[in-house]
Design a protein around this ligand. Structure first.
Ligand code: MN
Length: 128
């Protein structure tokens, strides 16, 4: 089965580019434009990884990560923060909120898929 990624990103252009790059590499992508929609999709299960924008309307990515981490069914699903915040403290804050890693914006189309897939668990270890 194709690895299934949930992309939570409010910017339509960023969502389009990330989805294009991931799908072109054979990954399945579901996307949400805000945290609440992303949390609802995540609750359905079947995800291998979550890409999470930090600057989101209403509920920022830190709050979304915290909410996702309160769902035990998602405990083994990596959450990767994607943010243009360049401050060193933001990385620690993302990790403290429950993220497993961090990719900086703007994403580099040449390395984005590799940046994402290195966080996927080996086949057979996924679940949720
Ligand atoms: Mn955003």
């Amino acid at each position: 089965m194709k690895p299934r990624i949930l992309l939570i990103e409010d910017n339509e252009h960023n969502r389009y580019l990330a989805t294009f790059l991931l799908e072109r590499s054979g990954l399945e992508v579901r996307s949400a434009a805000d945290g609440a929609a992303g949390i609802a999709i995540a609750a359905e299960g079947g995800l291998d990884l979550i890409l999470l924008d930090i600057l989101l309307p209403v509920m920022d990515g830190y709050a979304v990560a915290g909410e996702l981490r309160r769902n035990p069914a998602l405990a083994r699903v990596p959450i990767i923060a994607v943010t243009s915040y360049a401050m060193a403290g933001d990385r620690e804050r993302a990790l403290a909120a429950g993220c497993d890693g961090y990719i900086e914006k703007p994403i580099n189309p040449d390395t984005f898929v590799a940046d994402v897939t290195r966080f996927l668990r080996p086949a057979g270890e996924t679940g949720a």
